[in-house]
Ligand binder design. Structure first.
Ligand code: T3D
Length: 262
């Protein structure tokens, strides 16, 4: 009998739905899950008909971060944790941020440790009201990784980021939305339909514009205003040269002409 996939992939019209699928471990990341997730994301990116990704978790959790059962201390020696970051989490988070595809996280339950960091690395995060973001790293003697120390202060500001990181506190979805940590919190029963509606909107939006906007937003974190203005100029030149732009403007003008017609 073949083993269940660690990532469930559904190809839908205009987008793909990827579900982390280790529900008995609250979808904690092990090597296999990492490998299947990055492969599924790369495959989605390579498919010209795929214009967005919906990322969620199977079962009651989104993701409980690193699978701690993978950590074995032989003769009291800790494995080098940076290896796992360099080989798995860092490429994953870099991919989520830099891919042309908009990534929508539908956080269906607890997102802990690197699970929270991965959710927050997505472009649009919508969470079920019962979901919680648990910055649990300090509780086990670690620092936030998978981009957590980059994302949190940018989303929350320094004061909230520091307190959350140091106290290892949970933030429920409602508060996360109030604080600007995520796009919105929705009733549990509506999570899937909200995430689907967002993906359908994205799939119907000119893809080149979304990809270029992602590039500009990513660069803004390290750029001066002057550098960012220059980058916007360069990327807007590219956007304007794309047939999507011309088609949209011509359609607008046609509609204007028909409105003006007696
Ligand atoms: O190592 C490196 O490579 C460095 C990178 C680190 C990145 C990180 O993510 S560090 C942070 C790792 N994650 C955590 O510390 C979270 C650990 N989990 C929890 O604190 C709790 O499970 C939760 C708060 C997430 C949920 O609590 P609760 O009460 O709702 O569920 P539970 O009963 O604790 O968990 C259910 C099952 O999932 C349970 O298994 P069992 O007893 O039914 O067989 C539990 O052991 C398992 N599980 C939950 N989290 C993990 C896990 N198994 C492996 N790894 C986990 N992270």
């Amino acid at each position: 009998m073949s083993e269940a996939p660690n990532v469930l992939v559904e190809r839908r019209d205009g987008y793909r739905r990827l579900a982390l699928n280790r529900p008995e471990r609250l979808n904690a990341f092990n090597r296999e899950l990492h490998a299947e997730l990055i492969a599924a994301l790369r495959e989605a990116e390579a498919d010209p008909d795929c214009r967005a990704v919906l990322l969620t978790g199977a079962g009651r959790a989104f993701c409980a971060g690193q699978d701690l059962t993978e950590r074995v201390f032989v003769d009291g020696i800790t494995p080098d944790l940076s290896e796992n970051l360099v080989e798995r989490y860092n490429p994953l988070v870099s991919f989520l941020r830099s891919t042309r595809l908009p990534i929508v996280a539908a956080v269906n339950g607890i997102a802990a440790g690197a699970g929270a960091s991965v959710a927050l690395a997505c472009d649009i995060v919508v969470a079920a009201r019962s979901a919680k973001f648990v910055l649990s790293f300090a509780r086990i003697g670690l620092i936030p990784d998978a981009g957590g120390t980059w994302t949190l202060p940018r989303l929350l500001g320094d004061a909230r980021a520091r307190a959350l990181v140091m106290l290892g506190q949970s933030v429920d979805a409602g508060r996360a939305a109030d604080w600007g940590m995520i796009w919105k919190a929705v009733d549990d029963d509506n999570l899937e339909s909200e995430a689907v509606a967002i993906c359908e909107t994205l799939a119907a939006t000119p893809g080149e514009a979304l990809a270029l906007a992602k590039r500009a937003l990513l660069a803004s974190a390290g750029n001066s205003l002057a550098e960012q203005l220059a980058l916007e100029g360069a990327l807007q030149r590219q956007a304007g040269a794309h047939p999507d732009y011309r088609a949209a403007v011509e359609s607008f003008r046609r509609k204007g002409a028909s409105r003006a017609a007696p």
